[in-house]
Design a protein around this ligand. Structure first.
Ligand code: SF4
Length: 286
């Protein structure tokens, strides 16, 4: 597959980075070309982040592995509260997720046993990368190698998978935790296709992919249809190249502002000409 040079030059890509240039190329240029520091910070829901962490601790087979499941969940919540500096109101909100985290993680542990999952095949917050040749890459760009002008080993695309495991039958289960409002599964199809590509390149022994979203607020585990490795190779690999090529068309033109509802979440709104800004950041402060 031919990869356009501008994709290589501006890589490595992620779904969110490609989405940014697709929605507003000016925002992309501020962030990734001009490398301006973000001028506004948007705090993720601290409670959502804390729920994520509680799930991470509890799903990690190495976390207090000798304790009973209930004790591990309780201790995970205590650790998260110790680390997160939540207000007492936020801690109370976090506690409302206790039953969901207990139920979900118990179910996953039962799956690990039933599906013969070796503890070393459980992945939490797994960082994966793929080169332009669809071979395994590190998550981080190797700047030394890049200086030697050898893009063969650099990640073209990368992503972080919340939770995954490989079964004894070499199926890969990939689950994304979402603490926000529930949406249709189709809304996340790009993300899951990309995860399957990353999964297959990094674990070529995989036969099938089972992906799902764990909606923590509504306690629903919504599965996508099962996808074969062959389908990932024959359809998703070329799809990823097409997706990146199309999303990144803005790189071939001068940066352009595109007003949308996303402007309310843009870290560069204070300098954006659409909102009366100069398009430049004071270099002293950047
Ligand atoms: S404020 Fe809106 S139009 Fe301006 S750079 Fe950000 S996303 Fe683009």
């Amino acid at each position: 597959m031919e990869i356009p040079q501008h994709l290589i030059d501006y890589g490595p890509w992620s779904i969110s980075k490609a989405g940014m240039i697709e929605k507003c190329s000016q925002q992309f240029f501020y962030k990734h070309v001009n490398k301006y520091k973000e001028l506004v910070t948007f705090e993720e829901s601290r409670v959502g982040v804390a729920v994520h962490k509680a799930l991470e601790f509890t799903l990690d087979p190495n976390f207090l592995s000798k304790d009973s499941h209930d004790v591990r969940v309780k201790k995970a919540f205590v650790f998260v509260k110790d680390q997160s500096e939540l207000t007492s109101d936020e801690e109370e909100q976090l506690d409302t997720f206790f039953d969901q985290v207990t139920r979900f993680t118990k179910r996953m542990y039962a799956n690990h046993v039933r599906q013969r999952v070796h503890p070393s095949n459980v992945m939490i917050e797994k960082k994966l990368g793929v080169t332009k040749n669809f071979t395994r890459a590190g998550f981080y760009e190797d700047r030394v190698i890049k200086l030697r002008d050898d893009p063969e080993t650099q990640p073209l695309f990368r992503g972080v998978i919340d939770y995954a495991y490989i079964t004894g039958d070499n199926d890969m289960v990939i689950i994304d935790h979402k603490s926000g409002r529930e949406r249709e599964l189709s809304y996340y199809s790009t993300q899951f296709k990309a995860y399957c590509v990353l999964g297959l390149v990094n674990f070529p022994q995989i036969r099938r992919f089972k992906t799902a979203i764990n909606f923590t607020a509504t306690d629903k585990l919504l599965p996508n249809e099962i996808i074969s490795a062959e389908m990932v190779r024959s359809e998703y690999f070329p799809w990823l190249v097409e997706y990146l090529t199309k999303s990144c068309e803005g790189l071939l033109m001068p940066p352009k502002t595109t007003r949308s509802g996303l402007c309310n979440w843009c870290a560069y709104k204070p300098i954006c000409p659409e909102f009366g800004g100069t398009g430049r950041v004071d270099t002293e402060s950047n």
